[in-house]
Design a binder for this molecule. Structure first.
Ligand SMILES: Cc1cc2nc3c(=O)[nH]c(=O)nc-3n(C[C@H](O)[C@H](O)[C@H](O)COP(=O)(O)OP(=O)(O)OC[C@H]3O[C@@H](n4cnc5c(N)ncnc54)[C@H](O)[C@@H]3O)c2cc1C
Length: 388
């Protein structure tokens, strides 16, 4: 059988078909283009998503995006949060400073996902890429040499490799029969971008633990704050009054934070799942198609971007005649997804302990937080530097 490097290029429409132009697909597209790999990208939406969703870009992500040339543009459009605290109402349980981290980016960059996607798309296009949209993958078959994707207009596209960057409900994953084991949290999450006044710093991400559940209050550029909280039954469109009640119940007490206007709000359900494998023959998975988890710790999009950078290099090597590089991709990235799911799960469970255990949790966390190695480990994990 001919190897990838000897099979005629004319047999294929492209070397790599990327399904999905979210942050994972766009990063993969740009990283492949930079390596001179032929790739096509499709997305079922007629325009990029403009919802806020992920608001956090970690230090490690900024580091791996550096060679792609997008980090300065992202940093210029984001806000630098140098502190992360876990609190029980007004009491600081765990203070984490990113300032001492050995990186050029000793902070969490707060920037909306829409901006991150725009910056990645611009770079992808500068490198000669384009996204074919709206265009939905509806069928997928593969043999030893490549894969054939069927699109919703009935046309077919033949590629040496197909990568599913098509999110949690990945058609690529389902059509390939890769299982997505895990479960869902019972609660729904409310998410809103608001104007706040009162006790709300513009350079610190706060994770509040409270008997009613956790709540994240994080600064975004332009004087906006992001509120995320698990609740039993989140409203479809959270109002200012609803968010004020949430802040009063879970947030600071001594000095209230006051909700002004609500710029954007939504609700969502959270799953914790990891794909059984990241590769089935000529088909690969990356990003939310391969792993989803609680937003606690803000790791989802970051993990997807890191997947994409590692996968781009593995695909380049595979196309140059070293297909084993693709198994290395899964071997490297799947355990990371399992760690991220476990970390987000620990934070979520700690935040929602029964009231009877709350004092014990606070005491244990308070003791651990007084130990510099514990704070350092948490800073390394949150910033993603632990995955270097
Ligand atoms: C409310 C919320 C808050 C979040 N907060 C954070 C956070 O603070 N930090 C963080 O890191 N992460 C966060 N996340 C997670 C983050 O948004 C995701 O991890 C990230 O969007 C995953 O990127 P992706 O490119 O893998 O998938 P997606 O962003 O889901 O993109 C998938 C793309 O594939 C396309 N597509 C789907 N099916 C097909 C098909 N059959 N054919 C063609 N195209 C298709 C879709 O149109 C879409 O554009 C949050 C998520 C939610 C919902």
């Amino acid at each position: 059988m001919p190897t990838d490097s000897t099979t005629s290029s004319a047999t294929f429409d492209t070397d790599v078909l990327i399904v999905g132009a979210g942050p994972t697909g766009l990063t993969l597209g740009a990283a492949l283009a930079q390596r001179g790999v032929r790739a096509r990208m499709i997305d079922r939406q007629s325009a990029g998503d403009n919802t806020s969703r992920a608001a956090v870009v970690h230090a490690r992500t900024l580091e791996v995006l550096e060679p792609l040339g997008v980090t300065p543009a992202l940093v210029a459009r984001g806000l630098q949060a140098r502190r992360f605290t876990i609190r029980d109402r007004d009491r600081v349980l765990v203070p984490i400073g990113f300032g001492q981290l050995p990186t050029r980016y000793p902070y969490t960059l707060m920037v909306s996902q829409a901006v991150t996607e725009q910056v990645l798309l611009e770079r992808f296009m500068q490198l000669g890429g384009q996204v074919q949209r709206p265009c939905t993958l509806v069928g997928l078959a593969q043999d030893d040499a490549g894969a054939v994707a069927t699109l919703d207009d009935g046309s077919r596209l033949r590629a040496r490799y197909v990568v599913g960057c098509d999110g949690m409900h990945s058609a690529v994953r389902e059509l390939t029969g890769i299982r997505f084991e895990g479960g869902s949290y019972g609660e729904s999450f409310v998410l809103a971008d608001v104007h706040l006044s009162g006790s709300v710093p513009a350079d610190e991400v706060r994770l509040y633990f409270s008997p009613g559940g956790m709540m994240v209050v994080a600064p975004l550029p332009d004087g906006v704050h992001r509120i995320v909280a698990p609740v039993d039954d989140a409203p479809e469109q959270p109002s200012a009054a609803y968010l004020q009640r949430l802040l009063d119940a879970r947030g600071p007490q001594a000095e209230r934070a006051l909700v002004g206007d609500v710029l954007w709000g939504s609700r969502f359900r959270v799953h914790h799942r990891v794909a059984d494998t990241y590769r089935a023959g000529r088909v690969l998975l990356a990003g939310d198609a391969a792993h989803v988890h609680s937003p606690a710790g803000g790791q989802g999009m970051n993990a997807g971007i890191l997947d994409a950078v590692v996968l781009a290099e593995a695909l380049r090597r595979a196309l140059a005649g070293d297909p084993a590089a693709l198994d290395g991709y899964g071997a490297q990235r799947r355990p990371v997804a399992q760690q991220v799911v476990a970390f987000a799960d620990t934070l979520t469970r700690m935040a929602t302990v029964r009231p009877a255990l709350r004092a014990l949790r606070n005491a244990v966390l308070g003791t651990l937080a007084s130990l510099p190695p514990f704070r350092k480990r948490l800073a390394w994990r949150l910033s993603g530097l632990v995955y270097r």
